[in-house]
Design a protein around this ligand. Structure first.
Ligand code: HEC
Ligand code: HEC
Ligand code: HEC
Ligand code: HEC
Ligand code: HEC
Length: 295
């Protein structure tokens, strides 16, 4: 049999095989990088909105709380976008001639809702629920960033599967007392910034998360009764105003439930472990199983 390929063409063939292999890998890496790039995830991009609504002005400037507009965030899977009526509570009197508010007045006059562009939008095949996250100690800022500093809303995080899993594999690092959910500047527990928490027995039917009371002032030193507290009156987490929760001067003194044993936490790991136990958080294996998010 005559040789069909000589030595050099054999080398050439091998070389081109290797080259096309490399090319395929490179393309794969590029596509992967592209899929994660802000260009695809739209992370950080300001959406075009019919009205340039500023969270910075309304939250940081006017001190409005998230729940004033996103009324269902604690009870439902959706946080909800406020109806025009909510805007008109103020804008029937303030800035009544401003052109910038034309779409708001038009909506109010015609009854057609304002068509906001969605900034966060998971694919339909993903199950997500606000209620469980906020009632188990994940703050708005952990997922949405410093909304109080956003003149125009943008997406702080990619919302890709890997981002969700990153927390589900180790939720403790992000857990905070439910009284701090709306706090935009919460930094967790540390040596410099200890947090004291106590668990109490609650009547059956009360969500577990509400059975934990936390405070920033050493309960032993302050006599344990009348003191500024991090927590809103139990049960519930409605009383905090954004950004001021850590500033005890702004928080009215309130009665802490009597007869509780407070433990001091000087690291986020320790606080997270305590909260995970009392909030009854599932273990990472269960929390990362496909059925949790794909049902
Ligand atoms: C005065 C009413 C008001 C208050 C108070 C308010 N929001 Fe909003 N929020 C809106 C409106 C209107 C939109 C839709 C327009 C936009 O995206 O800016 C919105 C949009 C959002 C979105 C993006 C929704 C999407 O399309 O994905 C997030 C996240 C959000 N708000 C979080 C917060 C948080 C966190 C707070 C408290 C720190 C807060 N908001 C306080 C009115 C409000
Ligand atoms: C609690 C009262 C209140 C509510 C509720 C409210 N606003 Fe405002 N809004 C104000 C005030 C006060 C200003 C002027 C802020 C300034 O000059 O710093 C303002 C300013 C604005 C401006 C001008 C740009 C800016 O941010 O300064 C826009 C646009 C606006 N609001 C849209 C809305 C929309 C849309 C809603 C409903 C989702 C809404 N507002 C709800 C009080 C309110
Ligand atoms: C665990 C992460 C996480 C936390 C905590 C969280 N959000 Fe969201 N938020 C999301 C995701 C993901 C979406 C997109 C949901 C979708 O597309 O179905 C979203 C969407 C929204 C929207 C758009 C409307 C809607 O319901 O889809 C608003 C408004 C909002 N969040 C406000 C808030 C507020 C206010 C808080 C704090 C009380 C908060 N979020 C806490 C992840 C979170
Ligand atoms: C910062 C932490 C964090 C992030 C980010 C996060 N989660 Fe969660 N998630 C939690 C915690 C904590 C729970 C409560 C677990 C429990 O109770 O066992 C939870 C529970 C859930 C549940 C269970 C709901 C139920 O009723 O059983 C779903 C679904 C879920 N998350 C989806 C998502 C999706 C989708 C994303 C990303 C878009 C996401 N989560 C991002 C912390 C997070
Ligand atoms: C904590 C929530 C969560 C869990 C658990 C989870 N996923 Fe996902 N998954 C997501 C989200 C969010 C997306 C959408 C990502 C996007 O929009 O880019 C997604 C997207 C996907 C996609 C579409 C392709 C892609 O990457 O966008 C596939 C396939 C998928 N998941 C498979 C799985 C499998 C298999 C498991 C179990 C091993 C799993 N997921 C567990 C949240 C989750």
């Amino acid at each position: 049999m005559p040789q069909i390929f000589d030595r050099s063409s054999n080398a050439l063939a091998r070389m081109s095989l290797i080259l096309s292999g490399l090319l395929i890998i490179a393309m794969g890496l590029t596509l992967d990088a592209l899929q994660r790039s802000p260009w695809v995830t739209r992370q950080g991009q300001r959406a075009d909105q019919p009205v340039p609504f500023s969270h910075k002005h309304h939250v940081e400037g006017l001190g409005l709380q998230c729940q004033y507009c996103h009324t269902t965030v604690e009870e439902s899977s959706y946080a909800g976008i406020p109806p025009t009526k909510t805007c008109m509570n103020c804008h029937s009197q303030i800035w009544t001639d401003a052109q910038i508010l034309d779409p708001v007045r038009h909506s109010w006059a015609t009854g057609e809702s304002i068509t906001w562009t969605r900034v966060h939008d998971l694919p339909d095949f993903v199950f997500f629920n606000h209620e469980i996250h906020v009632n188990k100690g994940i703050g708005c800022a952990t997922c949405h960033g410093r909304v109080d500093e956003m003149p125009i809303m943008y997406k702080q995080n990619s919302l890709q599967m890997e981002w969700c899993l990153n927390c589900h594999r180790d939720p403790e690092k992000n857990l905070r007392p439910t009284s701090e959910i709306y706090n935009m500047v919460w930094t967790g527990a540390s040596e410099l910034h200890p947090v004291w928490c106590a668990a109490q027995t609650v009547s059956a039917g009360t969500p577990t998360a509400e059975s934990v009371t936390c405070t920033e002032k050493n309960p032993d030193l302050s006599g344990g009764v009348q003191m500024a507290s991090l927590t809103s009156p139990l049960p519930g987490l409605h009383a905090q105003s954004v950004g001021t929760a850590l500033d005890s001067e702004n928080t009215a003194p309130m009665q802490l439930p009597a007869g509780l044993h407070y433990a001091e936490f000087t690291s986020q790991k320790a606080l997270g472990n305590f909260l995970a136990k009392h909030y009854d958080i599932r273990n990472p294996r269960e929390l990362t199983s496909c059925e949790v998010c794909h049902r």
